[in-house]
Structures are given as C-alpha cells and as structure tokens.
Design a protein around this ligand. Structure first.
Ligand code: MG
Length: 160
C-alpha cells in the first residue's frame, strides 16, 4: 500500500534509586526512576523507534548517540519533535501510535491521559490517535522484579 507504512519500537531501561521516573513526558512520583543517558523516558524512546522504523530511518541510537554529551539528560519529547521533523522531511505524518508499558509498579493508569496528550501534541496529532496501555508481567522477569521497565510500540505513518 503506497504511502502508508508501519513501524515497531522496543526499549528497556533499568530502574534505580535517585532518578526521576518520566514516561511520555510525565514526571511520576516513585521511589525509583529510569537510568539512562537522556531522561530515560522509555515510552517516548519506543515510540521514536517505531516512527523511525516506519520511515526506514534506522533507530534512535543512530540519530541520538548516547556517547554524545549533547543528549545527556535530554528531554525525550524534544528528541521526539526532531523525529517528527525527520518524517515531515520525507513527506510523512503520523497516523496513529499504540504502545504497551511493561511495569510491575507503580500503577500508571491515572498518568496515561497526560502521556497521550504530551505525545500527541509533539507529534501534531489528536490524543485519540495515541493509545497507551500498561500491564504487569505477573511478577515474572526483570519487569516483574522491578529491575526495569520495557515498552513495545507500533506506529503507522502516512504521506501527508
Ligand atoms: Mg532508551
């Protein structure tokens, strides 16, 4: 189908003390935060990788290397804005995004509307075009033990 493309993104960050927990640009009060070179917003990272994947533009490691001091503590929403500009240069707009956050704790449901609003605003689309889900993994694996969080995302982009 010409003009419509799909992409997938996946990201993991370790949870640790002394860091903020930022998901979809929402600062969530919690005893641990996500470790990373940027603000470690694992949700926004997975969404960026889905968008870049859909456009055939590689991944965020290529565009925002974690060895580059320019991205230390970076606001991932600003990086997302850059990805949206890269897509626009190729003539693409975002159709919709769907993401699943894998986290044992904290409960994220009450923060999801603000995550949707943030991501939609930066992508230039309506909040209804961004779906975010959160699930535990039943105490299994690294998300279940609280060692980290993971996010899967898919995105559809289309010629604007
Ligand atoms: Mg990441």
């Amino acid at each position: 189908m010409p003009g419509v493309r799909i992409g997938h993104g996946y990201d993991v960050h370790r949870l640790t003390g002394g860091r903020r927990l930022i998901l979809g640009g929402v600062d969530i009060p919690w005893e641990k935060g996500l470790l990373g070179h940027s603000d470690a917003d694992v949700l926004t990272h997975a969404v960026m990788d889905a968008l870049l994947g859909a456009a055939g533009l590689g991944d965020i490691g290529r565009h925002f290397p974690d060895t580059d001091p320019a991205y230390a503590g970076a606001d991932s929403l600003k990086l997302l804005a850059h990805v949206v500009r890269l897509l626009a240069e190729q003539g693409y707009v975002v159709g919709n995004v769907d993401a699943t956050v894998l986290a044992q704790r904290p409960k994220l449901a009450s923060y999801i509307p603000r995550m949707r609003d943030n991501l939609a605003r930066v992508m230039g689309i309506e909040s209804s075009q961004v779906n975010i889900k959160a699930t535990t993994e039943e105490g299994l694996g690294f998300t279940g033990s609280g060692e980290g969080m993971a996010v899967h995302a898919v995105a559809l982009i289309e010629k604007g």
